[in-house]
Design a protein around this ligand. Structure first.
Ligand code: SF4
Ligand code: FES
Length: 249
């Protein structure tokens, strides 16, 4: 199949950047977006041009690094998929495809389609951990956890930190990501020691990083490749209020 690729090219954080069009032919419908970019880059290098910079690692929907906006939608048109899981069969032969980086003040563009998402790392550093004693691992049966609690924690833990929720939100809010991370640990007995401190510190760091506020529009959850529910944002709000009460008592 043939496509016209309209790709955001930006030399660095201070460059203004622009869309550059590339005709692409001899593409297989079974290629992923990233494999298509690999092919384009080989052709650009052979022609002595700069390859397109983009982030990727696992290429199987696990690491969350393949952050880009495809035809205006973070991770593209396929529901519950990352960019690396988006295949050309989702597009029409001859179609124009627009590839742009995630856009948010807290995610500055590094180059082309790559953004700096270290703001998420700093939110995790602020509280996304549990106390652990040194020594051998505890016996798996020593701490019984109810089936539903384990299922709920796993649902929240599915967040891969990709940042699509921020890119989709008109306020560039990181509430869905922070909610998933706070709630995952607040749901489990192992997360109770730092529970209040975690909610306070992770929300404070989120604000520090210049993410916007949540206005309950739901664009975040709609594009989330792991279908993280808005219910977790309600849980984060409860956790945050609880942490403030814990401070004042
Ligand atoms: Fe990505 Fe979803 Fe986690 Fe946001 S909540 S970082 S969209 S996996
Ligand atoms: Fe790891 Fe896409 S490259 S999720």
């Amino acid at each position: 199949m043939k496509l016209t690729l309209n790709i955001w090219r930006q030399q660095g954080p201070n460059d203004t950047g622009q869309i550059v069009s590339y005709p692409a032919k001899d593409l297989s419908p079974d290629m992923s977006i990233l494999e298509m970019l690999d092919k384009l880059n080989e052709e650009l290098i052979a022609a002595g041009e700069e390859p397109v910079v983009f982030d990727h690692d696992c290429r199987e929907g696990i690491c969350g690094s393949c952050s880009m906006v495809i035809n205006g939608v973070p991770h593209g048109p396929q529901k519950a998929s990352t960019t690396c899981q988006t295949f050309l069969r989702s597009f029409q032969d001859g179609e124009n495809i627009y590839l742009e980086p995630f856009r948010a003040t807290a995610f500055p563009v590094v180059r082309d389609l790559m953004v700096d998402r270290s703001a998420f790392d700093r939110i995790i550093q602020a509280g996304g951990y549990v106390s652990a004693n040194t020594g051998g691992a505890a016996d798996g049966n020593a701490l019984p956890i109810a089936q539903q609690t384990a299922e709920d924690a796993m649902d929240a833990a599915a967040c891969i930190g990709c940042g699509a929720c921020v890119a989709a939100c008109k306020n560039a809010s990181a509430m869905l990501f922070t909610a998933a991370k706070v709630s995952h640990l607040a749901t489990l007995p192992q997360g109770q020691v730092e529970r209040s401190e975690r909610a306070r510190n992770m929300v404070a760091q989120m604000d520090e990083e210049m993410f916007g506020s949540c206005t309950n529009q739901g664009a975040c959850s709609a594009v989330c490749p792991k279908e993280i529910s808005l219910d977790w944002i309600a849980k984060l709000n409860r956790e945050h209020i609880r942490s403030r009460v814990a401070v004042s008592t």
